[in-house]
Design a protein around this ligand. Structure first.
Ligand SMILES: Cc1ncc(COP(=O)(O)O)c(C=O)c1O
Length: 379
């Protein structure tokens, strides 16, 4: 079956008890045993529940994985991946990762003995140079949040697989509709489902998609032991959001291309970071490995003051954290999503104070551009 069909039907079967075409929200903490040692497959909602199981089937199918496990947020999902490893294990990460991943690794997980190296994963030689005998995981975000740097997943998968190192890819910025890391050689895919997979800015959630049964067993153990599995209502909302993922991504992508070209030609915009532009340093890689450039754009307005004037004038677009919703969301990474990154790291990876991140929504594209244009008048 095709992607859109799978998104609507896999894990989204009618409720076997009543025939309801949309399965109900199983808003219960516990499940009654028929007799000691015998239940209907569920015992306690931390361990599992029907809405979670259904959503996990859909996400695994869409990413082409063996299985998936869903968590209360993208960060909880990413934390579960790092917990696969032991003190003394080494992880190589994209230096331009989401600020929360930087904080989790450098301020929390280092205290449990994990070692981290941050490198420019868009240059495979940098990844190669960072590998050590104890390297167990390469963790990449592509495109990176918010600098839109693209890593060649196939190239990194090759060097990882030759050395028996696991490759995990954060696919949040594109969704499996636009990029399929497992087909390119990754063993693990993570998502902030808060973003495109849900798509409606009304829930948080994260997913870990796995290709190896042994990893799946461990992630399920972590999920039920640490208790960060996603709750029924949130699973229901994200399952509902997934039904329109294909059509939303088509429109996000089309709007993204139009807005990026418009901003790139705008005299007030110093630089536009978008893999769909031929001037983007990894444009050719993006063309090869992505089905489209997506709807995440970063623009440099030159200074914090210029960015502030622009952001404070927005009327239709919202100044807000997060991304991937149907509505256009705009943020200032240096002071918002990436505030936990030290200033010198921000500067090294290109997060200037004038860098504005735009998550282009699926409103009428003329309305989005008109709002951006009127706000740019104040820059
Ligand atoms: C690329 C990326 N990965 C992971 C996360 C973390 O997800 P969550 O906010 O759902 O915990 C985010 C959040 O913005 C993100 O942008």
């Amino acid at each position: 079956m095709g992607f859109a069909t799978n998104a609507i039907h896999v894990g989204q079967e009618p409720d076997p008890a009543t025939g309801a075409i949309v399965a109900p929200i199983y808003q219960t903490s516990t499940y009654v045993y028929e007799e000691l040692g015998k239940n209907k497959g569920y015992d306690y909602a931390r361990t599992n529940h029907p809405n979670r199981k259904a959503l996990e089937r859909t996400v695994a199918k869409l990413e082409g994985g063996h299985s998936a496990y869903v968590f209360t947020s993208g960060m909880a999902a990413i934390d579960a991946v790092f917990r696969l490893y032991r003190p003394g294990d080494h992880v190589v990460l994209s230096e331009a990762v989401y600020g929360g991943v930087y904080r989790l690794s450098t301020q929390l997980l280092v205290h449990f003995g994990l070692e981290f190296s941050f490198v420019d994963t868009s240059i495979p030689a940098c990844v190669l140079a960072a590998l050590r005998p104890n390297t167990k995981l390469i963790y990449i975000e592509t495109p990176t949040n918010p600098t839109m740097r693209v890593t060649d997943i196939g190239a990194i998968a090759k060097l990882a697989n030759e050395r028996n190192v696991t490759l995990a890819v954060d696919n949040t910025f594109l969704s499996p509709y636009l990029q399929r890391p497992i087909e390119l050689g990754a063993q693990i895919v993570v998502h902030s489902m808060t973003k495109y997979l849900n798509g409606h800015s009304d829930s948080t959630g994260g997913a870990v998609v796995l290709t190896r049964p042994a990893d799946a067993e461990k992630i399920y153990f972590i999920q039920r032991s640490a208790g960060a599995g996603l709750a029924p209502m949130d699973c229901f909302l994200i399952s509902r959001g997934l039904k329109t993922l294909a059509i939303r991504m088509l429109q996000h992508n089309a709007n993204g291309i139009t807005v990026a070209r418009h901003l790139d030609a705008h005299p007030k915009v110093r630089k536009t970071h978008y893999p769909g532009l031929p001037t983007h340093p990894q444009h050719e890689i993006a063309r090869r490995q992505q089905k489209g450039p997506g709807a995440m754009i970063a623009i440099d307005l030159g200074s914090l003051e210029a960015a502030r004037r622009f952001l404070n004038q927005l009327k239709l677009c919202s100044l807000a954290e997060s991304l991937g919703g149907v509505e256009t969301l705009i943020s200032l990474p240096a002071l918002m999503t990436h505030a936990s990154m030290p200033k010198e790291v921000q500067e090294r990876i290109g997060i200037t104070e004038g860098l504005v991140r735009i998550s282009v929504g699926i409103e009428d594209v003329e309305d989005i551009m008109a709002d951006l244009d009127q706000a740019l008048l104040y820059v």
